[in-house]
Design a binder for this molecule. Structure first.
Ligand code: MN
Ligand code: MN
Length: 456
């Protein structure tokens, strides 16, 4: 089987590299779900998208977006056909595994001030220690102001770090299993060590000094952490991986690489037959729950608003719109790793450089908790991919009974629409640095674009 690289014309090779440069910039600016929404809105506005207003009339060709609390986003290019006939939907998630600060977070221990944390999503704790971490997020004050925080990304910014035990004294630690070697409750990030200058005998002066800095520099007080969402993420920029620059090493490919390529596809979509949609959702890594997760009514409400603004609304029209829709649930797939060949079965594994990876199903054990895409729908997908000369592969998430994973696919499929999982193969998924092939990023973008245009 030929790789994407061997098929590319010189012009396409340049397109691959140019797209990757744009993606690397996006990833560097979008290290949280909120930042991903902000960046996506900037790119969408450049492409002519406007925020939906309920009092206007919606017509074919309109490019609209709905912003849900700054944490999830839905974008639409209104089609020529009525919404009742269904939409072509791309859906990706913009949250990634990370380490969140607790609400009661700052404390002092023997002259050091630390932040206590609670990890988010599935991480191997030991991968997150002894490395520079940046603080991203928001602090919401009682007066309604929202302070955006981003510390640790500029070259001269300070960073924080979770320490690891030195090898010299790790005799007991090294006997532990990988799951226990760094325990979740021990993920405490070192944040300061200079005491506050005080004339009286006081305790916790280092903590006091840290809070003083936070107050002076960011107007954040200790109680404000109660209403904050602060995420510790790997500090630093996305890098080219490989001496041939064929791959990208960065934080949060899962699933911003699918979000970015889906966004690029919809922003380049003009006057489609069926309405195009792109969902960028939050909370996938913890079960797609909550108001900004895929299980929320947000997307359905958006479709209802669009019907109401283009036609006479009724519930049946909304139900028809949903059940006539077709979706690619785009989430990263597992790339074969020569260091760990035993976890996959090579006939049904995705490889770097072979294009977008479709998963008819994901899930665990006997395909449990997965959306198993209907074969008739898979055939339609194959037809569009072949017609547009897009490299694709069909894969599973590891060999049978090795493990597995879930996506948002089943949630939208529960609205009775056709959904298939597809995405870009990733190595070291959920690690602070994940890797993808630039060729696959390009083929996914082309696949999403063809899907929006041609699926019916
Ligand atoms: Mn994912
Ligand atoms: Mn994930």
């Amino acid at each position: 089987m030929k790789t994407v690289w061997e098929k590319l014309s010189d012009q396409q090779f340049k397109e691959v590299m140019d797209l990757s440069e744009d993606y690397k910039k996006f990833l560097d600016e979008a290290k949280t779900e909120r930042e991903a929404v902000d960046q996506s809105i900037i790119l969408a506005k450049k492409a002519g998208f406007k925020e939906f207003k309920a009092n206007g009339k919606v017509k074919s060709g309109d490019k609209l977006y709905f912003n849900n609390r700054g944490k999830s986003l839905a974008l639409f290019v209104v089609g020529k056909k009525p919404l009742e006939e269904g939409l072509n939907i791309l859906g990706a998630h913009i949250d990634s595994p990370r380490i969140d600060l607790k609400q009661n977070t700052v404390y002092e221990d023997n002259g050091l001030a630390l932040f206590d944390t609670h990890y988010y999503g599935g991480i191997k704790n030991y991968q997150w220690v002894a490395r520079p971490l940046a603080i991203h997020g928001v602090v919401c004050k009682k007066d309604g102001t929202v302070i955006k925080v981003k510390i640790g990304e500029k070259e001269d910014d300070p960073v924080i770090e979770i320490s690891d035990l030195l090898i010299h004294l790790a005799k007991d630690q090294m006997k532990k299993t990988a799951a226990e070697v760094i325990e979740g409750e021990d993920l405490n990030a070192l944040a300061a060590s200079i005491p506050y200058k005080s004339k009286k005998e006081e305790k916790d002066l280092v903590k006091k000094n840290l809070l003083d800095i936070l107050k002076k520099e960011y107007d954040i007080e200790e109680d404000d952490f109660l209403s904050a969402e602060l995420e510790l993420v790997p500090a630093g920029k996305t890098r080219d991986l490989g001496l041939d620059r064929s791959m990208i090493l960065g934080y949060g490919h899962d699933d911003r690489v699918c979000a970015f390529t889906s966004l690029r596809a919809i922003t380049e979509t003009e006057k489609p037959d069926r309405t195009s949609a792109c969902i960028m959702t939050d909370k996938e890594e913890i079960g797609s729950v909550g108001c900004s997760g895929a299980q929320s009514d947000f997307f359905v409400n958006c479709v209802a608003e669009l019907i109401n603004s283009s036609d006479e609304y009724n519930d049946l029209k909304l139900r028809h719109a949903l059940e006539n829709s077709k979706m690619i649930s785009s989430d990263v797939s597992i790339a074969f790793d020569p260091n760990y060949p035993s976890v996959s079965e090579n006939k049904n594994t995705a490889f770097f450089g072979r294009g977008i990876s479709f998963n008819k199903f994901t899930g665990v054990q006997g395909k449990e908790y997965s959306n198993d895409a209907p074969a008739e729908y898979v055939a339609k997908i194959r037809k569009i991919m072949d017609k547009n000369d897009i490299s694709f592969q069909f894969a599973e998430l590891g060999k049978v009974d090795q493990g597995g994973g879930g996506t948002i696919a089943f949630i939208l499929a529960n609205k009775n629409m056709d959904v298939i999982d597809a995405g870009i193969p990733v190595q070291n998924m959920h690690a602070p640095s994940e890797s993808v092939s630039k060729a696959d990023v390009y083929e996914a973008y082309r696949a999403y674009k063809a899907f929006l245009k041609e699926m019916n």
